[in-house]
Ligand binder design. Structure first.
Ligand code: OSB
Ligand code: MG
Length: 377
């Protein structure tokens, strides 16, 4: 499939409620949307780099630069046969996984459409089990003004049918919060996400959580660290999950070799895309490590692609893939709803991502747009 044209959109949408983490509070979410054209078909991608470099060093603005000046010129006019070929064309650019994942998603979407498959089916071709029809999901609750307010938000979301609760923590807003959550919700699957806010010297704090029967603690230590996590893991009872530190299948291999984690949060965008995410999925099958699919407050475009990945057999823990209403009042694509009876979301079955993009809404929230064609280069 000859890649003929790419449109890039910088969009900004208000979040339904502010999202607070150890690295800041987000009220509006910026991201980039990509529309890739080849042979009469259109593939969509979402770049999750956002307003500030709090989670990743990439922002929507750096991703715009890297995509327009380097990555898009590297792929325009190329003949895309399979999405696995794409990363080799991008290899002159070091790092910038979130920018690269935008093209990777669009490549999986458009080639799945060509093959008459959903993206989930195309990703699952190597596995005899195929892809799941529904995937288990949970909700990630940002830092609230008080412990009481957090308990109210947990209760609200349990009532909606979410079967797994993730609480963001930061220094000073951690042990008491976790104890209160366990006290009020004795049977709920509860996990914590520190987004790299602690040091190895904080091990006693995590040891004090040993008796709370938490599902896991996500990324307590440095965002590039693997070694200190391997030191912390034998000191605590709670399973340890890595997010930020795993930026490629190689980093997953280092973490497994060092015994740095029990669980990996696989965000396809953080590892340059779905091809690399599937490598981590395959590696985990041979190791004693469990997997789930993480999120970055995606629109329906990114959400459909998360669901496709989470449908693979190795993703056994609930993902951070919530219903659309948790993020946006008026999204740019098909809305996703929670199946409250089993805390799942149904994986789209249409061709490719299997969603409708609301182009009128996309235009309304676009702050910058550029079209790239073969003739430009
Ligand atoms: O650390 O998993 C994270 C959102 C933005 C940046 C980092 C993270 C998150 C979430 C929300 O936890 C997951 C979601 O619901 O999309
Ligand atoms: Mg995280």
């Amino acid at each position: 499939m000859k890649i003929e044209r790419i449109d890039l959109f910088h969009i900004s949408m208000p979040l339904v409620s502010p999202f607070g983490t150890s690295f800041g509070v987000q009220l509006d979410r910026d991201c980039l949307i990509m529309k890739l054209y080849a042979e009469g078909l259109v593939g969509w991608g979402e770049c999750v780099a956002t307003n500030d470099p709090g989670y990743s060093y990439e922002t929507a603005v750096t991703a715009w630069h890297i995509l327009s000046d380097f990555l898009i010129p590297a792929v325009l006019g190329k003949n895309l046969q399979e999405p696995e070929e794409l990363q080799a064309w991008l290899s002159a650019v070091r790092g910038h996984p979130l920018a690269k994942a935008t093209l990777d998603q669009a490549a999986w979407d458009i080639t799945a459409q060509r093959d008459g498959l959903s993206m989930a089916q195309k990703l699952a071709l190597p596995y005899a089990e195929g892809s799941k029809e529904r995937v288990k999901v949970g909700i990630s609750i940002g830092i609230q003004p008080s412990i009481d307010a957090t308990m109210d938000v947990i209760a609200e979301n349990l009532a909606k049918g979410y079967g797994r609760i993730k609480l963001k923590i930061k220094p000073g807003h951690d042990l008491e919060l976790a104890r209160a959550a366990r006290h009020h919700f004795p049977d709920t699957l509860i996990m914590l996400d520190a987004n790299s806010a602690y040091k190895l010297a904080d091990a006693p704090l995590f040891q004090a959580m040993d008796d709370l029967n938490l599902l896991m603690i996500e990324q307590p230590l440095g965002y590039e660290d693997i070694y200190d996590h391997s030191q912390l893991r034998p000191l605590i009872q709670t399973p340890l999950c890595l997010d930020e530190s795993i930026t490629s299948a190689d980093h997953a291999r280092y973490a497994l070799a060092l015994g740095a984690c029990d669980i990996i949060n696989v965000k396809p965008t953080r590892v340059s895309g779905w091809t690399e995410a599937r490598k981590i999925h395959d590696m985990a099958q041979d190791h004693d490590v469990r997997l789930w699919v993480g999120g970055m407050l995606e629109t329906g475009i990114g959400r459909a692609a998360q669901l496709a990945l989470a449908s693979l057999p190795g993703f056994t823990l609930p993902g951070d893939i919530s219903a659309t209403e948790r993020y946006y009042h008026h999204d740019i694509a098909t809305r996703f709803t929670l199946n409250s009876e089993d805390s799942t979301i149904t994986v789209p079955t249409g061709l490719g991502l299997g969603i409708e993009v609301d182009e009128e809404r996309l235009t309304a929230v676009t702050t910058q747009k550029k079209t790239f064609t073969i003739n430009d280069f």
